[in-house]
Design a protein around this ligand. Structure first.
Ligand SMILES: Cc1cc2nc3c(=O)[nH]c(=O)nc-3n(C[C@H](O)[C@H](O)[C@H](O)COP(=O)(O)OP(=O)(O)OC[C@H]3O[C@@H](n4cnc5c(N)ncnc54)[C@H](O)[C@@H]3O)c2cc1C
Length: 387
């Protein structure tokens, strides 16, 4: 692993940073408050090739890896625009399709994901199963040459912006015993698929939904991959990209908050001529948060490098650790930024308290800090599973 980015990655970082700053956190919050989406930013990022950086060139992408996508996620977040759908649609759906979809599915969906004209969201979480995916209750039953899906999903992000939902179900004959998942590309306008928007305490233009699948009929080619055997590897294929890019978003958000706060504390004077940042009670918490964010960034780089080198198992450990570290660091950075800004920290104008909900959610989703600690305890420390 090298600490230096390649010249191309450096250029990508600078270019995405410039794009993000042109829009900025004000734009992100304005869209959220108006109940609108970041359509312009998404379209421009797609036109410039940033949404497809990790998609192979033959499907209209940039041919890069998760390292490149993590750069895009981090820099947009560092500009105050943390876009969760980059994780859901670009990191998860595009990777799963590319690695386990049929050639037809790749040709049909990847070019649209790359240019930003299409989004595919991802639905695994269920009200009853929660973190225990072995309890998934959404069932796919054969129906003629197609499938009939029934079940419930919750907290599904971006359904209102997407053309398809990648639904994780289990087939009827596997409803007892170990989870044998099957993934289905379900059009968001499919008959029998309904949704209701959840009210979330997160300032974001991206929304979460409850999804109801009542006898949703899909054709045979909606099943992801060549056969039912593609399900489990496809599900796992999405995990590392998800953890690495969501960590990058967290690190970017942490950088954004620390930058906002440092600018403020370096110039704010309430005790004579000295800035409040000269008081270590103010500067040390900020410096501590900066250290945590930087450590998380290092782990993200390690995880992305391992993933792009095809070392999936090691990337799994590093990706989980990166996600944990970045989730904690982002929450610490935003909370510290709010504190050192004083009353200004709670205003919309200074643009940090608006991120409190998002960074808090980042310690729960897409995988909670506790489930990561379980993973590390079992797979790194060799401890028995308690559940
Ligand atoms: C903003 C947001 C966006 C989301 N987007 C999506 C999406 O697009 N698609 C999707 O499928 N899902 C999405 N989710 C769902 C998310 O992945 C889940 O909320 C998360 O996996 C936790 O599941 P749960 O909420 O059911 O918590 P539960 O499983 O009910 O857990 C509750 C608490 O108990 C802890 N816990 C549970 N089991 C254990 C254990 N064995 N050991 C220790 N602690 C444990 C958890 O860590 C958590 O703190 C989103 C959630 C949020 C908040």
């Amino acid at each position: 692993m090298t600490l230096d980015l390649t010249p191309e990655q450096d250029q990508l970082r600078d270019a995405v940073r410039a794009l993000g700053r042109r829009y900025g956190h004000g734009y992100f919050v304005e869209k959220a408050r108006a109940g609108e989406h970041t359509t312009e930013l998404w379209a421009e990022a797609g036109r410039l090739g940033y949404l497809g950086v990790n998609i192979p060139t033959e499907y209209g992408g940039g041919g890069g890896g998760i390292t490149e996508l993590a750069i895009v996620c981090e820099e947009l977040a560092a500009a105050g625009c943390p876009l969760l759908l980059l994780v859901v649609s670009t990191a998860i759906a595009a990777t799963v399709l590319n690695r386990h979809g049929t050639e037809e599915q790749r040709k049909k969906h990847l070019p649209g994901l790359a240019d930003g004209s299409q989004k595919i969201v991802f639905a695994i979480t269920e009200p009853e199963a929660g973190s225990n995916f072995h309890r998934l209750g959404t069932v796919a039953r054969r129906d003629g040459d197609g499938w009939l899906l029934n079940g419930r999903k919750c907290y599904i992000s971006g359904v209102d912006e997407a053309g398809h939902v990648l639904v994780v179900a289990r087939t009827e004959d596997s409803s007892t015993g170990k989870l044998k998942p099957a993934l289905f590309l379900v059009p968001t306008d499919a008959a029998g698929l309904t949704r209701s928007k959840l009210d979330m305490e997160i300032v974001s233009p991206e929304n979460q939904f409850l999804l109801y699948l009542d006898d949703v009929r899909v054709p045979a080619d909606a099943l992801l991959g060549e056969s039912l055997d593609a399900g489990l590897p496809a599900l796992f294929a999405g995990l590392n990209p998800e953890r690495i890019t969501v960590a990058a978003m967290g690190a970017g958000t942490g950088r954004y908050a620390i930058e906002r706060a440092s600018e403020y504390t370096a110039t704010r004077k309430v005790w004579g001529g000295r800035s409040i940042g000269s008081h270590q009670g103010v500067s040390h918490p900020l410096a501590h948060a900066a250290v945590q964010v930087e450590l998380a960034r290092l782990m993200i780089q390690k995880a992305a490098t391992l993933y792009d080198a095809g070392r999936d198992l090691e990337a799994g450990v590093a990706g989980n650790m990166a996600k944990y570290a970045a989730g904690e660091a982002a929450a610490l950075a935003v909370d510290t930024a709010v504190q050192v800004l004083g009353g200004a920290g709670m205003t919309t104008e200074y643009g940090v308290a608006t991120l409190l909900g998002a960074v808090r959610a980042g310690r729960i989703a897409p995988v909670s800090r506790e489930m990561i600690l379980n993973f590390v305890a079992q797979h790194v420390l060799g401890q028995d599973k308690s559940y």
